[in-house]
Design a protein. Structure first.
Length: 619
């Protein structure tokens, strides 16, 4: 048994290097591949960018029969097939994007056994034509891979009823092993996947949910359009996704960014299929930098060089948030996830709860998301704990400033915030403890919003007394008061109430010390202080480009331009040719021969034969 395992490992490692150009497996990739090759049903929860596709692509090359991959999006199928073909693997997809002649030719290849991997949608798989094609193949069906497997569960954020029918295909091909893959799955979702796909005592592999290259940041939402523009200014020439709650917001933000000169396109369900497809294609092929979208965009996007994801509004759940930020930094290079948070966003989400199949579940998911957004502790720790994982920082690999905005600031010493705290507590009481933190702050800052005027809260004594601090600073004070037990949140809408401790502190005029940063020069309790700035630096560029010499930077840009031209010739995204990580390795190693070229990350034998001579001449 041990000898067979060693032989299998050697074969897998050889394919990894010769075909895909990688020197070693990541995480538990090898164990997953071995499980699939031993014909054991296997469930894999692995973060986006963790290398899930290799877990079925390598077994597919070793199986005698065909691997069927059920994938939810046409664009993902096209990307995967283009990448496989570029690496010398014959793979096809069968969907409505193919013209009649190409479809017929792909079917012929599949039936002859010339194809190792075929991609189909769950809807396409259910058609009688597709099932007949699979039964007429000369080769047997060795493996059925279900990508984005969380779609099979109504607890998953992208539930698609057609996934529930995949089990009927499994029954038609009982000899095929089943591999289910997803980036996020709570215990409930995992059990649903196993049940709904008819998996028999599956091996379950749960990789770490920690995407250490993604910097996690939350900012209180204020003047949100300008906040986005400031962020984009800090991330010039980078590619990213901005998620909005509604189609209207997508259109308005896109127009505003266009007027500011940014390379941007919209994406939402209100656009025609052709416009959505065109805009997605522009983004994937690096012809535009930014896409502003609703959650209709992104599942299965294989673009590895997305450097940032901005959430313009609060996501409905941690699962949705994690899935969406996972579209940044798939290549492992430095990336940023920014969430603009306002408690008002929760009201917009709750408006749709009456239409939800399970309002209680929706409320549970939302509250967890709000807890993450308002935490004053390490965001990475909070995020991972939601998925049942304990975060243990690796000081050798991850600098504290690369973790999240909370950790980047470092420990904040308690400071005397008695006067602003008294104002905050008094305002809650003047409002009869009936409102959330955003409303309280708006009153303190003298907002003339319609609802404040209608409620006549512009007439209470605490209206407008807090103009000496910014909105962000008031959020800091409010959250610190909650954290220290002076204030508590109650009810579905997180209404603020003053606790007994807070009432005592207010009545006895106790000194209140809170760990908050005051950025204004004039602090409300009279002392003059210097402006305090956050100690962290946003990831404007990856470490490689930050430390690049002028000569190496010139070579980097030349290779990038060559890749772009090559991609346009083949009508594929640039990352299909090779990713940014490969460019960095080419610049560092500067190979002079084909043998040296094969040591470069992401360049295997087939790719070296296709483009090696051109790259060597360029270098």
């Amino acid at each position: 048994m041990s000898e067979k395992l060693d032989e299998m490992t050697q074969k897998c490692t050889k394919i990894l290097k010769d075909v895909f150009g990688y020197d070693s497996f990541r995480g538990n990739q090898l164990q997953i591949i071995q499980s699939v090759l031993s014909k054991k049903d296997t469930l894999v929860i692995m973060p986006t960018g963790g290398g899930k596709s290799l877990c079925y692509q390598i077994p597919a090359l070793l199986f005698s029969g065909i691997t069927v991959v059920v994938s939810p999006l046409i664009s993902l199928m096209q990307d995967q097939v283009s990448s496989l073909n570029e690496n010398g693997i014959n793979a096809v997809f069968l969907n409505s994007s193919l013209d009649k002649d190409d479809y017929i030719e792909s079917v012929k290849q599949l039936k002859r056994g010339d194809v190792k991997i075929v991609y189909v949608s769950p809807e396409g798989l259910m058609t009688e034509r597709m099932q007949n094609i699979l039964h007429e193949c000369e080769s047997s069906i060795s493996c059925i891979t279900v990508d984005e497997a969380h779609c099979v569960s109504d607890w998953g954020h992208d539930f698609r009823p057609d996934y529930l029918n995949i089990i009927s295909i499994r029954r038609q091909f009982p000899g095929a092993v089943c591999l289910a893959l997803t980036a996020t799955a709570t215990e409930q979702v995992r059990q649903d996947i196993i049940l709904n796909l008819g998996m028999k005592n599956p091996a379950i592999f749960i990789s770490s949910f920690n995407r250490s290259n993604i910097f996690l940041e939350v900012r209180p939402k204020k003047d949100s359009v300008n906040q986005v523009k400031q962020f984009l200014y800090e991330h010039k020439d980078e590619s990213g996704i901005i998620y909005c709650f509604s189609r209207k917001q997508v259109d308005e933000l896109t127009l505003s960014l266009e007027k500011a000169g940014y390379s941007v396109v919209p994406y939402h369900a209100g656009l025609t299929d052709s416009v959505r497809s065109h805009n997605q294609d522009l983004f994937i092929k690096d012809k535009v930098r930014i896409v502003v979208a609703t959650v209709a965009f992104g599942m299965g996007i294989n673009k590895p060089n997305v450097r940032f994801v901005i959430h313009y509004d609060l996501p409905k759940s941690i699962e949705e948030y994690y899935q969406e930020i996972g579209r940044a930094g798939r290549d492992g290079l430095d990336s940023t996830a920014l969430l603009l948070y306002s408690g008002a966003d929760a009201h917009k989400i709750r408006f749709f709860f009456e239409e939800a199949a399970n309002p209680e579940k929706s409320e549970f998911l939302l509250k967890n998301m709000m807890f993450y957004a308002t935490t004053r502790k390490c965001r990475r720790q909070q995020l991972l704990s939601y998925f049942g994982e304990t975060y243990i920082p690796d000081s050798k690999k991850i600098a504290p400033e690369a973790c999240c905005d909370i950790c980047a600031l470092g420990p904040i010493a308690d400071s005397d915030t008695t006067i602003p705290s008294q104002m905050f507590l008094s305002c809650i009481l003047r409002l009869r403890e009936r409102f959330g933190i955003t409303y309280v702050i708006d009153v303190l800052m003298g907002s003339k919003q319609e609802r404040i005027i209608t409620n006549r809260h512009n007439e209470i004594s605490t209206w407008g007394i807090g103009k000496g601090l910014s909105k962000q600073e008031w959020f800091e004070v409010g959250l610190a008061l909650i954290d220290k037990g002076y204030v508590c949140k109650t009810g579905d809408y997180n209404i603020l109430q003053v606790t007994p401790r807070g009432r005592v502190a207010l009545s006895k005029r106790e000194t209140i010390l809170l760990p908050v940063l005051i950025h204004q020069k004039k602090v409300l309790n009279g002392a003059e202080t210097k402006s305090v700035k956050p100690s962290f630096v946003l990831h404007k560029k990856g470490e490689f480009l930050r430390n690049c010499s002028a000569e190496d930077l010139e070579l980097y840009n030349k290779i990038k331009d060559w890749r772009k031209n090559k991609a346009e010739e083949q009508n594929v995204p640039p990352y299909v040719i090779f990713g940014d990580k490969t460019i960095e390795d080419l610049v560092q190693k500067k190979p002079r021969t084909e043998t040296e070229l094969l040591t470069v990350f992401g360049i295997g034998t087939a790719k070296a034969e296709k483009i090696g001579s051109a790259l060597l001449r360029l270098i």
